[in-house]
Design a protein around this ligand. Structure first.
Ligand code: SF4
Length: 580
């Protein structure tokens, strides 16, 4: 990936394209690249929707290669939701296609005059930026269908729905999957609003005529890839749990542990959990003639295949198999135990282009404010419709839980740095609480998934209810995650590489054989540390201080049942997370 594509949407005379060598960014991929560009080129004090912000879309280091699991993509910007640096990660096909086209990143910059909406087409012959107002206010599904009719069934799309066009802070960027559906999203932090501010509706990626990227040392690469895949297949989580039930296998596990945030984080267990669990989901899909398990990858080259398809009662496609965090957000968090209603909301989120976690958390806050009753699925669907329609209420909800809480006077608002907490209560899973509090991204489980060690005994075992050991756990996981996010690998490989030293070594060998540069485990750690330091420095320049590395007050005051526990990790300990 020897070139970077820049599109200055604000250039005099219309959008201007430049294609340059990577320069200062050579050797970087994924999150390392997006965060390096934002840190260097985007003024920390700028308005996230203004001309000075940039949207950076970057496959990982191994994107476009034959390395298993390497098709994830990073989207970076200054976040309209948090006001800090953002990297949001997605599956889908575009990473592999961009890699094969030789692009290390696409950078959208500037701000166009006027109100035209643009389509970008990238193929082996070059790049076209075309005004196309016929795409205005299309949902992602109609949009991708339209693109498919015009460009065929081999292209991949990077797009926004109505929420991105309205520049709502919960807007996502959609990435089309192997079936050319816009079902994979860089959901967090409002990255879709930044794409909307650049007035780019869709980037069509066509890799026809391009071949896979080749490794520097083909033989070693093949050997390492084989060992890596074997390691993934033999681990209980990556070889069995995730492929059998998908991520929703966690519903019963987290609920039994008392860490399942219920009714807007009022309780740690949900009575209806079994009805919306991965097991119930698989049974339902079996009844409806679907495969009944998680049999699909979100991109070519995924061997864990934690994803699947959700069908309605008549066997018609509704959405991809909703993930654990989505089932929680629109389910237990809102007191809803109806999988069909949850799947409908997942589809609506994907179509409008919204982060499912932010929207579920926001509806939970709205329910607490009395806008709807907990458990009322039709009312929740109604609120989501308002967002897609852009009514005044919908625009408030689409701005996320923090704004909604302020507008409606709610104290219990589960956010850090303005971003909603995902599906693990930090009082019953204290390690994830440390990650929520201190991550450069705002509350984000993927930034340092301490749930693995707190609840699943992966990478050792740390008592989830006690403060001891949580800071070190979160620190190490945040470093490892920042490195993995830079390779283009799916984060779920972490289960196997944390438990199996030979699988970690296979990953290190795989990267080394691909780049041709000797690589050690310490190099990966150093990469993760460098990414985090750069992001922390950016956030400090944007005005963040230690006070922003805190959970909302009520997590220390309100005990969570059934364990009757509050968040116990002290502020002094939280301030030690980035001591490296
Ligand atoms: S394991 Fe799941 S999330 Fe990861 S790449 Fe495969 S399908 Fe996507």
């Amino acid at each position: 990936m020897d070139k970077i594509l820049r599109i200055d949407m604000g250039a005099a005379g219309g959008p201007a394209v430049t294609i340059d060598p990577p320069g200062d960014y050579a050797g970087l991929g994924g999150r390392a690249l997006t965060s390096a560009v934002i840190a260097k080129e985007v003024p920390p004090e700028c308005h996230p929707l203004g001309e000075d912000n940039k949207l950076v879309i970057a496959p990982g280091l191994l994107g476009g290669s034959a390395a298993a699991m390497s098709g994830r993509i990073s989207v970076g910007c200054k976040s309209p939701l948090t006001g800090g640096i953002k990297e949001s990660n997605s599956g889908g096909q575009p990473a592999q296609l961009l890699g094969r086209l030789g692009y290390g990143a696409i950078i959208l910059e500037g701000k166009p005059e006027g109100d035209h909406l643009y389509k970008v087409v990238v193929n082996k012959d070059g790049v076209q930026v075309v005004a196309d107002d016929s795409l205005k206010m299309l949902g992602n599904y109609d949009l991708v269908d339209k693109i498919k009719s015009a460009y065929g069934d081999k292209v991949a799309c990077i797009s926004i729905g109505q929420a991105g066009e309205m520049k709502l802070a919960a807007a996502s960027v959609a990435f089309s999957d192997m079936e050319q559906r816009p079902s994979r999203h860089a959901g967090r932090g409002g990255v879709g609003a930044v794409m909307g501010s650049k007035r780019v509706k869709v980037i069509v990626v066509d890799d026809s005529g391009c071949s896979m990227r080749t490794p520097a040392n083909a033989e070693k690469f093949k050997e390492a890839n084989k060992a890596f895949v074997q390691g993934l297949k033999k681990h209980a989580v990556t070889g069995e749990g995730l492929p059998t039930y998908g991520t929703n296998v966690l519903t019963n596990v987290v609920n039994e542990a008392g860490g399942y945030p219920t009714l807007n984080f009022q309780k740690g267990q949900f009575e209806g959990a079994a009805k919306i669990s991965g097991e119930a989901q698989a049974e339902l899909e079996n009844e409806r003639g679907g495969p009944g398990s998680a049999t699909q990858g979100c991109h070519r080259g995924c061997v864990i295949r934690c994803s699947g398809t959700y069908y309605d009662r008549d066997g018609a496609y509704v959405t991809k198999q909703p993930e654990y965090e989505t089932v929680w957000a629109h389910g237990g968090n809102c007191g809803i135990d109806d999988l069909d209603a949850i799947a409908r909301m997942d589809r609506m989120d994907d179509d409008f282009g919204l982060d499912t976690i932010e929207m579920g958390a926001t509806i939970g806050v709205a329910m607490e404010a009395g806008l709807a009753k907990f458990g009322d699925a039709e009312a929740a669907i109604g609120l989501l419709k308002e967002v897609g329609q852009g009514t005044p209420l919908g625009r408030i909800l689409g701005s996320g839980a923090a704004v909604t809480g302020r507008v409606f006077g709610v104290e219990r608002v589960p956010v850090v740095k303005g971003q909603s907490m995902p599906a693990y209560d930090p009082r019953a899973v204290q390690g994830i609480g440390v990650t929520y509090a201190t991550s450069t991204m705002g509350a984000d489980h993927t930034a340092g998934y301490a749930v693995a060690t707190n609840l699943l005994s992966v990478g050792g075992s740390v008592d989830p209810l006690k403060p001891e050991g949580q800071v070190e756990l979160s620190r190490n996981l945040q470093i490892t995650t920042a490195a993995i996010d830079s390779t283009g690998m799916c984060l779920f490989i972490a289960f196997a590489i944390m438990d199996q030293p030979e699988t970690f070594q296979a990953l290190v060998d795989l990267i080394g054989a691909f780049t041709g540069q000797a690589m050690t485990g310490d190099d990966l750690t150093a990469l993760g540390q460098a990414v985090l330091k750069r992001e922390r420095d950016y956030n400090a320049r944007a005005g963040f201080t230690a006070k922003d590395d805190r959970l909302p007050d009520y997590f220390r005051k309100e005990a969570l049942g059934p364990h009757n526990v509050t968040f116990q990790v002290s502020d002094e300990e939280l301030d030690q997370v980035f001591n490296f």
